[in-house]
Write a protein that binds this ligand. Structure first.
Ligand SMILES: NC(=O)c1ccc[n+]([C@@H]2O[C@H](COP(=O)([O-])OP(=O)(O)OC[C@H]3O[C@@H](n4cnc5c(N)ncnc54)[C@H](OP(=O)(O)O)[C@@H]3O)[C@@H](O)[C@H]2O)c1
Length: 299
């Protein structure tokens, strides 16, 4: 299996980003400086953008501010208007805060407040980071952006509702809104090799994927590339949905077998010292087992 990652995006995103030139007036605000948010911020910063963002912990805020970012402590359940006022003066917004089961997208509970504050501001483009989970179960068939989203689980349903909510809000504000449906994210510090070496117990969602035949993945660098391409395309495409995945959906077990072979090659004998991961105790919900699809790279 090739671990070379290639961007899987729709034809609309398939164009050269070599001409990518940050304009001095471009200001990015990232709601949720998580894994992708931080990676993208670093990249934008090196390209001359002014970047601000949010996180939910004071410790993390300090760390990110020490790295030179303009960071706000922010809880999407109770959005503070002073932070939204700051957001209003940015030209671009990435929304990375995930929805929650039973709650939905916490920000969209305050849609009216958001609309009233952001109206007449500087925002031009909004990128919402979504998930390929919105497609639901396609019985292992290939899916693309033209396939209807039909999520099976509560989280997928919340995600689809969040997509609609941000598309509508952005439209009402006259913004270009792009939804990026991401596969499983990997990158530095977050890979099958890292998971094996750290020997952390599998998370609930990792356990649910143990027996899956197809998991689409995407490297964080490719997500950043797609975000930049989306920004470049914003004038011609006011409202778009893109699948952002590698071109090789594969079973988790196959990926982990390959990761183990890499570890064995680099540190012979190391794996023998690690306890076997407890795959058998995985409790798999019916909806997770059934949620099989392959998200391709379109050429
Ligand atoms: N992980 C995957 O494989 C995967 C696959 C498809 C889609 N996605 C989605 O893609 C997006 C980016 O992924 P990621 O891995 O970069 O996510 P991440 O690291 O979990 O980052 C999520 C960000 O949202 C913030 N956040 C969460 N709840 C919040 C709340 N109530 N109020 C304010 N901020 C809140 C977090 O704050 P803190 O920084 O304080 O934690 C964090 O900055 C997420 O929406 C994720 O669900 C992930």
């Amino acid at each position: 299996m090739s671990f070379t990652t290639r961007l899987a995006a729709s034809n609309n995103l398939r164009f050269q980003t070599d001409s990518w030139q940050p304009k001095p007036r471009n200001r990015m605000f990232i709601l949720g400086m998580g894994f992708v948010g931080q990676f993208f911020s670093q990249e934008l910063k090196t390209q001359g953008w002014s970047v601000a963002g949010t996180c939910t912990s004071i410790m993390k805020k300090k760390k990110l501010m020490d790295s030179g970012f303009d960071i706000y402590h922010f809880d999407a359940n109770e959005p503070e208007t002073n932070v939204l006022d700051v957001l209003k003066h940015h030209t671009h917004l990435v929304v990375s805060v995930p929805p929650l089961v039973g709650i939905g997208d916490p920000m969209l509970h305050h849609e009216k407040l958001l609309r009233s504050i952001l109206k007449g501001g500087n925002l031009r483009w909004l990128g919402y980071l979504s998930s390929t989970s919105v497609y639901g179960n396609y019985g292992g068939e290939w899916v693309d952006e033209d396939c209807p989203a039909n999520p099976t689980g509560e989280l997928g349903k919340s995600r689809l509702a969040a997509e609609e909510g941000w598309l509508t809000l952005g439209h009402n504000l006259g913004l270009s809104v792009h939804v990026l449906r991401l596969g499983g994210i990997y990158g530095p510090g977050r890979s099958a090799v890292d998971t094996i070496i750290k020997q952390d117990a599998l998370s609930k969602s990792q356990r649910s994927r143990v027996h899956k035949q197809y998991t689409s993945r995407v490297h964080v660098v490719d997500i950043c590339q797609a975000l930049k391409a989306s920004i470049c395309a914003s004038n011609s495409t006011p409202r778009e949905v893109y699948n952002i995945v590698d071109d090789d959906p594969a079973p988790r077990e196959e990926v982990f077998a390959y990761a183990r072979s890499l570890i064995e090659k680099k540190w012979p004998g190391h794996l023998k010292q690690l306890p076997e991961q407890d795959k058998c105790s995985a409790t798999v919900k019916e909806e997770d087992v059934l949620d099989e699809k392959r998200v391709p790279m379109l050429i």
